[in-house]
Ligand binder design. Sequence first.
Ligand code: HEM
Length: 414
Amino acid sequence: MFRLPFLFIITGLISFALFQLFSLFDFATWLAVFGEEPRYPTGWFRVHLLVLGWATMIAMGAVYQLIPVVLQNHSLFSKNLGYVHYGFFTVGTAGLLIGFQTMQVMWIAGFATVAFIGVLLFAINIGVTLVRAKKWNTITISVACSVTYLVLAGLSGMLMGLNFYFDQWGDFHEQLLGAHICFAAFGWFGMLITGFSYKMFPMFYLSHEYPETLQKIVIALWNAGVLVGALSFLFNGPAWLKWSGLLLVVLAMIAYSIHLSQIVKHRHKPNPGVGMKWTLALTHSLTVIGISILILSPFMPDIMVQSQMVVILGWLYLWGWVGLTLLSYLSKIVPFLWWTHKYGPLIGKKKIPTMSDLINDRHVHIGLTVIVSSLFILMVGLSWNQPWITSIGGSVLALSSLLYISLIASVFTK
Ligand code: HEM
């Protein structure tokens, strides 16, 4: 059970490198355009290269890797179905991306459908595995919810793709877009990261006997937030309903933040590695930002719906939390995966390196610090509408991300 997750992770790393290279080639000027009007071909292309080609690809690989571990004696329903899923999803995503960039509506409609079939195959594989194992706990429930939201995100994406071609829905297309972003960004990524952390944190901090009640509260609040948000967009609900969705997600974030601190408090390992420390710091920071937005938004309702503000907040959430958490976790997951595959069978037979020998923690820390600093410069550029600051921030972000991902990929040479 190494090849399948590995295939997804390698493809994800390639997409990530491509995304950064494209940003470097155009000196991140696409971001300044995106800040003013996000819905244009290059915007759609770059966003989906990052969220589908990279983040979703890596997340799918991580689910294939983690599920058998969480379920202990139960293996994945079908490895072969996993490879078929990989084929559909990769071809669908690649075609969709080309369709976006070249604005070929036929391609967008057709390959959005192929990508959605890939998502469905993934959901069937994971769904059957979970139902057969009958081991319901906060991790498996979070994974099941997140995969369900991915299906809803894929479905709404496919419908919008088809509507690019058939052009039948008028305003309903806009409503669908709001729901699509809620399902994908908050539902899929949010539920997956929180659920995975219930395994990753105790594993790397060696924590025992910590209270688990907050995990159930996070699941309830997060689901409620995603559903209220998505349905209020879908049925064009009033602003206060959308705010209520945000309120529920922020409350979930607060509970999640407190819970991670509880796990850390019950640790038996003082140093879990910088990747874990960064994840904790990022979660606390996002919670503070979420609370501030929640309080400020009723006082400036017009500013909150401006596309520039939506882009800044979306970028903060997707890059600042989802992306950086994935990057931090990769510094732990990739050495773990590779060490187990390459050196696991050699234990006791000859002298082998330790897992921490595979990646230099100080380099991980420097990489993440530069990435966060450049993201901050990028945010300043977008907020003040200063294209050259946006370009500098975006280019340093791209370069540092490229160096960071090379550091992660170098593990495979050790
Ligand atoms: C099979 C999966 C997916 C398909 C077929 C798909 C399709 C689409 C389409 C057709 C649009 C353009 C809608 C419009 O502006 O009229 C769109 C926009 C968008 N999608 Fe997806 N999507 C998928 C997955 C995701 C995921 C996982 C995310 C993660 C957050 C995501 C985030 C977004 C965002 C942020 C936009 C707005 C982008 C912009 O305005 O530039 N999508 N998607």
